[in-house]
Write a protein that binds this ligand. Sequence first.
Ligand SMILES: Cc1ncc(C[n+]2csc(CCOP(=O)(O)OP(=O)(O)O)c2C)c(N)n1
Length: 307
Amino acid sequence: MLYLRVAEQELVQLYLDKKLFSMVHFYVGQEAVAVGVCDALKPEDKVMGNHRSHGHYLAKGGNFRRMVCELLGRANGLARGKGGSMHMIDKSVNFIGSTPLLGSVVPLATGVAFEQKYNKRDTITTAFFGDGASEEGVVYESYNLAALYQVPLLLIVENNLFAINSKLKDRRAPGHSLEKIVSGFGIEYRKADGNDYKDVTTKAKELADFVRREKRPAMLECITYRHMAHSTPLMDEKYREVDTLEERTKQDSIAKLKVELLAGGTKESELALMEAELKKSVLADIQFALESPFPPKEDIYTDMYAE
Ligand SMILES: Cc1ncc(C[n+]2csc(CCOP(=O)(O)OP(=O)(O)O)c2C)c(N)n1
């Protein structure tokens, strides 16, 4: 979790230094969800993400160096520098794609899970998406198909209370219940405290086991909070009128784990050393990416899906 945090903090700096131009959506504050869920999966299980997927990719065992190359548009990036932050793919760790078209991860992951069922594999597919994405029409159709075809799909909703700047109460009628909606489709549902690693990973493990065993879809809704602006660090954040940074920091999953570790006998200096080492490795990867070449001009039409 700390690795994800440190890595993104350095990417923020890169953005502020005007070295990173790719559209970026930072995951800071939501780390317990990605790590808690991916820790509950097997390496062979497949994961798909969305526009805010740096954390999902790294938690699935991704390679930060190749990720930052992608963000900087370099030839050795995850999508050969042509995708950027929102189009990451790395089959070597079974992170099989992130798509920024809101909600699209759900039908795509349903299809991937269908293949797993069809070919009688023992693996499952996990789709990460936000509370906003969960309101897209195609998502409801996919719930129905996933339940109808009984596919091994684990749906992870990261409810960070906002879709860009619109709040849940402005988008959902009173009494709206995701639990009732998905249960109505025949999908097993649980809710977790997305600021609590143990709660997330325990429930994710239960559901991953359920999906693998029963070959049926399940959903874990994680209530979480994004600490940074929706997208670039300089975005306007006036919509957060009732929230204070102090309140958010109190709920922070990494800060909570730190308190626990210190109470359990870990020394402050050990944690500081761990953070310094992570930062060193992250900075080395960023430097590598900055020195990497852009794709050659001749490659501009390769890998393009066009007639
Ligand atoms: C089909 C579609 N409509 C609109 C957008 C623009 N858009 C990008 S992110 C976003 C909000 C996403 O909210 P949520 O799913 O809750 O995820 P979060 O950003 O909070 O992680 C919107 C509307 C989009 N990418 N795709």
